[in-house]
Design a protein around this ligand. Structure first.
Ligand code: GUN
Length: 283
């Protein structure tokens, strides 16, 4: 193995310890940061995610409210719950777990969250703030990737960063964050021709597609930083990313593992966003 590992668990522990300290400082001023998590339906993966989010709140000393609703919940009912959280002064962040059942318009629900409590960073106001470089909540997964690059002391200025994937949650905001750090950014997607020809030019590759082996060793420039956002299962049912880790680790300079890479960082950045929100509202 030539690549150095970027350990998301270790970095998360460090960042969550900082969060816990800041939470205590805020509590001493009479404010406990609070996160509301709303889950609709019984998607097993979503159940695990929300449990981990609530546990992270407990671990860092934050207040959390978990509401679970049946998949039959109506859209108007959900919008009313969001509105109630918007008006609840003990809540500084609101997260509606996605995906939502098909009869609910997810975008409408996201837009109902007050931008001041949009700790997922999915509201159009948050997206616009990121796009224009104004202050606002950054989506947690790409923000976590930026923290990992910062942690290894990687200077993005003038580097070629290639993002594979163009989702609103990861690919697009990732590209904007890299651009803001003065990288030269290329966004690739399912319609990209000869992906390898592009990734081989990259100093940094972020793979966020949701498909195994999207990035293989022959597609990576020696020494490149490879960040794997994917969460997939291999044929044996084992958790794996979008990157062929065993192959790519022999070529890359840095690589994030799956599990233990970007995954824990996403929840950590949710804690950071919730705390930032509470600090902002307390000041
Ligand atoms: N579903 C998968 N990832 C996420 C996330 O980061 N936030 C929300 N709200 N739902 C998700």
């Amino acid at each position: 193995m030539t690549a150095q590992l970027i350990d998301g668990n270790a970095l998360s522990r460090q960042l969550r310890a900082d969060v816990a300290t800041r939470v205590q400082t805020l509590k001493a001023r009479g404010v406990t940061p609070g996160l509301a998590v709303i889950l609709v339906g019984d998607n097993p993966a979503s159940q695990v995610y929300v449990r981990n989010k609530v546990k992270a709140c407990e671990d860092t000393g934050m207040h959390s409210v978990l509401e679970t609703w049946p998949a039959t919940m109506g859209e108007a009912e959900l919008l009313a719950r969001v509105e109630a959280m918007n008006n609840d002064p003990t809540i500084h962040g609101i997260l509606v777990q996605l995906p939502l059942p098909a009869h609910i318009d997810a975008q409408k629900v996201i837009e109902a969250i007050s931008p001041t409590k949009d700790v997922d960073g999915f509201h159009v106001a948050s997206a616009g703030a990121l796009m224009t470089g104004l202050p606002g909540f950054w989506p947690c997964t790409p923000h976590g990737c930026m923290k990992m690059l910062e942690h290894i002391g990687y200077d993005l200025r003038g580097k070629h960063a290639v993002v594979i994937g163009r989702s609103n949650i990861v690919g697009k905001p990732m590209a904007l964050m890299l651009l803001q750090a003065n990288a030269t950014v290329t966004v690739c997607h399912s319609g990209t021709r000869d992906l390898g020809a592009i990734t081989r030019q990259a100093d940094v590759v972020v793979a966020a597609v949701g498909k195994r082996n999207v990035l293989t060793a022959d597609m990576v420039k020696p020494g490149a930083v490879v960040i794997d956002v994917g969460m997939n299962r291999n044929d044996a049912g084992k958790l794996c990313g979008d990157v062929d880790f065993d192959g790519v680790k022999e070529v890359a300079g840095w690589i994030t593992p799956v599990p233990g890479g970007v995954g824990p960082m996403t929840i950590t950045m949710l804690m950071v966003n919730t705390l930032d929100s509470a600090e902002r509202q307390a000041s």
